[in-house]
Ligand binder design. Structure first.
Ligand SMILES: [Zn+2]
Ligand SMILES: [Zn+2]
Length: 170
């Protein structure tokens, strides 16, 4: 499997080495840049849509709508909050951006929609990282406990303390 990583202007994470190391436990699959996927879909890239898509470039990106707006304004000062909200809604409807709801927090937008992944969340600083789906995650729920459901999807949030917070004196 080939890993393709694109650089993000907005966020760098030292933990990426963890994913680059490869192997069954460290691979989340091939990540295709959101803009590239949208071009392939033939999505009309107006300057507003491009600004929003560019903000959502990179890996481990999980931004609230307000954060997307604040960053989009830096490249396109006239872009309105309503346009950003509408564009995010369109991207979610297209299936190119995933909504991530973590309890007690504002909904976040995740461009890493083409690869199933779970999230690792720091309960101290709120850092959110993408992690691979463990094999057999769905199978981990025994048939007898499924109440007749056909289970096709599982979302897991691993919570804990990131290395940065763990190293910080309290
Ligand atoms: Zn942290
Ligand atoms: Zn994610």
């Amino acid at each position: 499997m080939t890993l393709v990583w694109t650089s993000s202007k907005f966020r760098t994470t030292p933990d990426l080495e963890l994913f680059r190391s490869g192997g069954a436990a460290g691979t989340i699959g091939s990540v295709t840049d959101l803009l590239t996927r949208l071009r392939h879909q033939g999505w009309r890239l107006t300057s507003q849509r491009r600004a929003v898509a560019e903000v959502l470039a990179g890996e481990h990106v999980h931004l609230t709508a307000d954060e997307v707006h604040a960053r989009a304004v830096r490249v396109l000062p006239e872009i309105s909050r309503a346009t950003v909200y509408n564009t995010l809604g369109e991207l979610v409807a297209l299936g190119e951006v995933r909504e991530v709801s973590l309890e007690g927090r504002a909904k976040r937008y995740d461009p890493n929609s083409d690869v199933d992944h779970h999230h690792l969340v720091c309960t101290s600083c709120g850092l959110i990282l993408d992690v691979p789906v463990a094999d057999g995650a769905i199978g981990g729920l025994p048939t007898g406990a499924r109440h007749g459901f056909e289970v096709d999807h599982v979302e897991v949030t691993y919570r804990g303390t990131c290395p940065g917070c763990a190293a910080r004196p309290t």
